[in-house]
Design a protein around this ligand. Structure first.
Ligand SMILES: *[C@@H]1O[C@H](CO)[C@@H](O)[C@H](O)[C@H]1NC(C)=O
Ligand SMILES: *[C@@H]1O[C@H](CO)[C@@H](O)[C@H](O)[C@H]1NC(C)=O
Length: 142
């Protein structure tokens, strides 16, 4: 039942073309605009590439506990976003609102998770970014 609901959500957002595959430089521009600190940009880009390949429409899972992960930052519906009718959980947000090309809500939620748990909240960061060479963003600087 949940899977059907998720499929409907994705079909809807694809139909109305609200999702996006970001290029690396688009992502950098967007993260800057959302106020991510300059000295963390390479880490966030690495994290987003590890988690979602920069695609805002990705729903990952089910995880071992049956939860799902939403959007660019693969934010988890067990703790952080709600799949119900009303926004809820830690970020007081609907999971489907984390799947759009407007990444304001996803960014605020990711910053909140970071504040509470640091980058180690993300397995993709642990596996592909922690103590590894981070993406070079020089090409994206204006
Ligand atoms: C993003 O890329 C995936 C995989 O390459 C593709 O299936 C999907 O249609 C793309 N989505 C958009 C919105 O371009
Ligand atoms: C993106 O979403 C935020 C939060 O919902 C909203 O305030 C903002 O106006 C939106 N930006 C655009 C360009 O639609």
């Amino acid at each position: 039942m949940r899977l059907i609901l998720l499929s409907v959500i994705v079909a809807y957002s694809v139909k109305y073309n609200l999702t996006k595959n970001f290029t690396r430089c688009d992502l950098v521009k967007e993260l800057r605009y959302q106020g991510f600190p300059e000295e963390q940009l390479r880490t966030w880009v690495c994290l987003v590439e590890a988690e979602s390949s920069r695609r805002s429409d990705v729903i990952g899972g089910p995880d071992d506990d049956g939860s799902y992960d939403f959007g660019l930052f693969q934010i988890n519906d067990r703790y952080w976003c709600s799949t119900g009718v009303n926004p809820g959980k830690g970020c007081n947000v609907l999971c489907k609102d984390l799947l759009t090309d407007n990444i304001t809500k996803a960014s605020l939620c990711a910053m909140k998770i970071y504040k509470q748990q640091g980058f180690s909240a993300w397995l993709g960061w642990k596996n592909e970014c922690y103590s590894q060479t981070l993406p070079n963003l020089r090409k994206c600087n204006v």
